[in-house]
Every structure is written in C-alpha cells, then in structure tokens.
Design a protein around this ligand. Structure first.
Ligand code: PBG
Length: 338
C-alpha cells in the first residue's frame, strides 16, 4: 500500500462513492430517476389544408401538419404510449385580427384538430392552449389596446375560448398567456358550462425568454410581434416572484403546474414541486430543442445523449413530465431499448 492510497483511506474511511458506480448493473441498481414514455407530452403544430407535412426550418425534424396528418401522428403517438398531445395552430394571416377573435370560433383550426383526433385516437389526451397569440395580428397573447395588453378583457375572451375548446373535446386547458386571474376565471367558466372534468394545466411560471424564437417561426408570429412580452411574462431574474405567481394559480384551482422554458429553470421546477406538491411539468421549448439539434447536426454534441440527459434531468428536478418536441423520437428509442 502506497502512502498516497493510505492517505485516501484515512480521509474517506468506508465512504467510497465509486463503489456504487463500478459497473453497469450496480449503477442501474441505484439509479434514482428514470425517463419513461409516460413522462412525455408531444407539442404539435397544425396548419389548414390536407396532406400537408411542412418542415419548420428552425426546428429540424418538426413539421406543421394538416389535420389529417395530425390525426395520423396522434395515432402513432398513442401506439407509442405517449399520454398526451399539446396542439398549436398556424392559421391563415388573413384570419388574425386585433383581438384574436378566431379563437372563439367553434370550428376553428384548433377545435377541428381536437375533434378529429378525439374521434380517431380517443385514448390520447389533448391539451389545448388558450393564449391569443396564434390568432392576433400583433402576435401578443392578449388584446392590445393603446399599446397595452389589457388583462381583464383578455381573460373574458380566453374563458370563452376555453369553453369552446372543451366543447370540441379538449381534456386539459393550458393557458400560456400569463394574464392575472385567468385560472380562477377559466375554472368557473368550465364548471358553469358543465365541463367539471376538464383539467387545467397552468403555464404558471412562464418567463420572458429568448428560447421561444423557433416556435414563433412555426406559428408565423415572429414577423408580427410588436415589442416584447415583458409586461406579462416573468423576468428570468425572478425565482421568488415565480413561486408567488404559481401560488395564486394553485389557489385559483390549477390541477397541474408548468414551468417554461425548461432546462434553464430547473430551480423553479424544484421549488414549485416542493412548495405545492401538485404535478409539475416542464416545457422544453423550441429554442432548447433547436440548440440540441443544431449542435448535433454540426457534430459538436451527441444529439441522442443530449436529448436523453436533458429529459432525465427534468425528472431529477421533480417534474412529473415534460412537454418536448423530442417526444416521438425518444418514445421510439425507449421502446427499442425495453
Ligand atoms: C405563447 C406561446 C409561446 C410558446 C407557446 N405558446 C411563447 C411565445 O411565443 O411567446 C413557446 C413554445 C416553444 O417555444 O416551444 N402563448
């Protein structure tokens, strides 16, 4: 025994962490968190028309799909065991207006998609957003009046939209607009309309982040957006404020909470899971997805490992699931491995 080894022994005693890392079987025995297909929620983009699978340049491997193609994708996702989809529409620019009135149409693109998927693949959950941004001519999540996003009028509008979405068959309403008081208003609206069973997954802590860029290309809002969303999304500097905002949503009746973006905000995932104990979901947003895809395409990182590692880290941070554009890719990979 060399002096050096003796020194190590003297310091660590019997506490040698590497014993639990020495072999694959041993590491599997002590692995604390695992990613399964049940953790995945797949956000998809829908366009008008039929037979359309349109690649999104800023999101390699992601497509805008017409409703018929979205139905096929939903069937495949259900077969893979993915529990739920989150749908986002890219509607005609000619239908977008100052107040996002198209969101109130019973048969708009998002509601058509819900109804078609529910018919073809009844066992996959449908999560719909009620933010106005895909429907407004200015790309904001609310109604814009004299340069201001007006809160209460927007809330009235999204409550009506939530009821229309539930009527079309949506299982979970997920408001991403960050207006104050929306969760309580949506809950009351849904209940009054007989939709007591429709859940609310609040985008409780949504940050004014740079990571939404590719999404805005996907739904064609990047060219429309005037200014920024800092008067309603949370400042990336503020963790305690985010927890306070989530607390209000819990009080108002949210069933589940979401943190968005995901990876740069793992501390928030952990804090709100600890604070409230509600199911917590992270949204690994478009910019996070595209960064991994771009670096992998350049050969700078192993894309598959980056995908699996980032998703697993959400589990370690206390998340019950992840909204991710990787969902079908990772589900196929997990199926192959089991
Ligand atoms: C807006 C909304 C955003 C995303 C989904 N709904 C952010 C935005 O455009 O400001 C982002 C999703 C993503 O980046 O993957 N209500």
């Amino acid at each position: 025994m060399t002096d050096k080894t003796h020194q190590v022994d003297a310091v660590t005693g019997h506490r040698r962490m590497r014993r639990l890392r020495k072999a694959d079987w041993q590491r599997r025995m002590v692995q604390e968190n695992r990613l399964t297909v049940d953790d995945l929620i797949w956000p998809i983009f829908v366009v008008p028309g039929s037979g359309i699978m349109e690649p999104i340049a800023a999101m390699p491997g992601v497509f805008r799909m017409s409703v018929d193609k979205a139905v096929e994708a939903a069937r495949e996702a259900a077969d893979l065991g993915i529990p739920a989809l989150a749908t986002f529409p890219n509607i005609e620019l000619s239908l977008r207006d100052e107040t996002g009135s198209q969101i109130l149409e019973a048969n708009n693109l998002i509601n058509q998609t819900t109804a078609a998927i529910k018919k073809a693949a009844p066992n996959i959950g449908i999560i719909t957003d009620v933010a106005l941004d895909p429907f407004t001519s200015h790309g904001h999540d609310g109604i814009l009046r004299d340069g201001e996003i007006v809160n209460d009028e927007t809330v009235d509008q999204i409550v009506k939209a939530a009821i229309a979405q539930a009527d079309a068959g949506s299982d979970i309403i997920a408001p991403s607009d960050m207006m104050d008081g929306r969760i309580g208003a949506i809950r009351r609206g849904l209940d009054a309309a007989g939709h007591q069973g429709v859940g609310i997954m609040s985008y409780a802590t949504k940050f004014a982040s740079c990571h939404y860029g590719p999404y805005r290309e996907a739904i064609s809002t990047s060219g429309l957006l005037k200014g920024d969303k800092k008067t309603y999304y949370i400042d990336p500097a503020n963790g305690t404020e985010a927890v306070r905002d989530a607390a209000l949503d819990v009080e108002e009746g949210a069933d589940m909470l979401m943190v968005k973006p995901g990876l740069p905000y793992l501390d928030i995932c952990w804090r709100i899971k600890e604070a409230f104990g509600l199911p917590v979901f992270a949204y690994q947003v478009s910019g996070e997805y595209s960064q991994i895809k771009a670096a992998a395409a350049n050969g700078w990182i192993d894309g598959e490992r980056a995908m699996l590692e980032t998703l697993l880290c959400f589990k370690r941070a206390g998340c019950d699931g992840i909204l991710t554009y990787f969902a079908p890719e990772v589900a196929r990979l997990l199926a192959k491995r089991s």
